[in-house]
Design a protein around this ligand. Structure first.
Ligand SMILES: Cc1cc2nc3c(=O)[nH]c(=O)nc-3n(C[C@H](O)[C@H](O)[C@H](O)COP(=O)(O)OP(=O)(O)OC[C@H]3O[C@@H](n4cnc5c(N)ncnc54)[C@H](O)[C@@H]3O)c2cc1C
Length: 339
């Protein structure tokens, strides 16, 4: 059976589009299968860590946004602050990031197919999915991946203590060039400047968070409720999705589909872009994707799991005072995640 393309990418989110561009740069014919149309939005903190920007630049993508120069933790009058030594990050609206990646993918010759991948067959020579036949399939279809389910990868995800995210934008001038994280008893509230007149607020916490009530309970952010909302409220989760493996035959899982811990460390996109590069290297060079994936995500899995455990324990209230009291440790952790 002949192939329509070399690679099918299931999911045209940021990681799917990055993987498709990577594959085109490697000389492969690629089709992205995605059910949603232009300007795709998602609940996200929208902070691109410093390490994400060179990865995007390599792909020829330079989205507009606001500079992010570090991370500040705030709890009442306690604060810990670290400015990135490793360069700037950027706050970028998801719709802007999507448009920049989609435009670059189109100019690189990526084919777009409107649809959903929900049935997959594979044999030694290729994969059939989304009405196409290809040598490989990259499952980039997010936290609740249908590709992951179809290829029988098990999730090792506890039902207790599940965490979710909510986000909304407000029409106010950013008051900081840092990613601010406000720790309240119930949530962590991430403030990310994304445009000269817009900040995004992402709340992380238990299922059923009341966005307005939680924001009202944080004195430094309550004033936002009086400003004009610049987007509708969106949610995502459960965040922790621990997959047992990332490759079955000619199908590789990439981005959130490959497993996720939590957004508490502002991570996801940088890792997904690195995974996209490793997946295409495996396709073209026969490398070991599982091993590369473990290397890429090692710090994220360890540090993020540790911080979520502390945030969910009686020690929660000690996190910001500890970060304030141990600035070198706090700075080293931020630098590690910023790479
Ligand atoms: C509240 C919150 C805050 C966050 N903050 C940050 C942050 O500040 N910085 C950061 O780097 N990361 C952050 N993240 C993580 C980041 O949002 C994700 O890691 C990132 O979106 C992963 O991209 P993706 O392309 O893998 O998945 P997604 O962005 O989820 O894209 C998946 C795509 O697949 C499509 N799709 C779904 N099912 C199918 C199917 N069956 N067939 C075909 N297509 C399908 C969807 O329509 C979607 O377009 C945050 C996450 C949350 C929830």
């Amino acid at each position: 059976m002949t192939h329509d393309v070399d690679v099918i990418v299931a999911g045209g989110g940021p990681v799917g589009l990055a993987a498709a561009i990577e594959a085109r740069l490697a000389g492969l014919a690629v089709a992205v299968v995605e059910p949603r149309s232009a300007g795709i939005d998602k609940a996200c903190g929208e902070g691109l860590m410093p390490g994400a920007l060179p990865r995007l630049a390599r792909l020829g993508v330079d989205p507009e946004g606001m500079p992010l120069r570090g991370v500040r933790y705030v709890s009442g009058d306690r604060r810990a602050e670290h400015r990135f030594a490793s360069g700037e990050g950027r706050g970028v609206r998801r719709t802007v990031l999507h448009a920049a990646l989609a435009e670059r993918a189109a100019s690189a010759g990526v084919e777009f197919v409107s649809g959903r991948v929900d049935a997959i067959t594979q044999d030694g020579a290729g994969v059939t999915a989304g009405g196409l036949r290809a040598g490989w399939l990259l499952g980039c279809d997010g936290l609740h991946s249908a590709v992951r389910r179809e290829i029988g990868v098990e999730l090792q995800t506890p039902r207790r203590g599940r965490r979710f995210g909510l986000r909304q934008h407000f029409r106010v001038a950013p008051w900081t060039d840092l990613i601010e994280v406000h720790w309240s008893p119930g949530v962590e509230a991430y403030v990310t400047p994304v445009a000269p007149d817009t900040v995004g607020i992402a709340l992380l916490g238990r299922q059923g968070i009341d966005f307005a009530a939680e924001l009202a309970a944080i004195p430094a952010l309550a004033h936002l409720l009086e400003s004009e909302p610049a987007s509708s409220l969106r949610g995502a989760g459960a965040l922790r999705q621990r997959a047992s493996r990332r490759r079955v035959g000619r199908v590789l899982l990439v981005g959130d589909a490959s497993g996720y811990v939590d957004a508490i460390t502002g991570e996801g996109l940088r890792l997904g872009f690195a995974q996209a590069e490793a997946a295409v290297a495996t396709i073209t060079g026969g490398g070991d994707y599982e091993r590369a994936w473990r290397g890429i995500t090692r710090d994220f899995r360890a540090l993020t799991s540790g911080l979520v455990a502390a945030a969910s324990s009686p020690a929660r209230g000690a996190i910001v005072p500890l970060a304030q009291g141990l600035p070198r440790v706090y700075g080293a952790v931020v630098e590690r995640l910023a790479r």
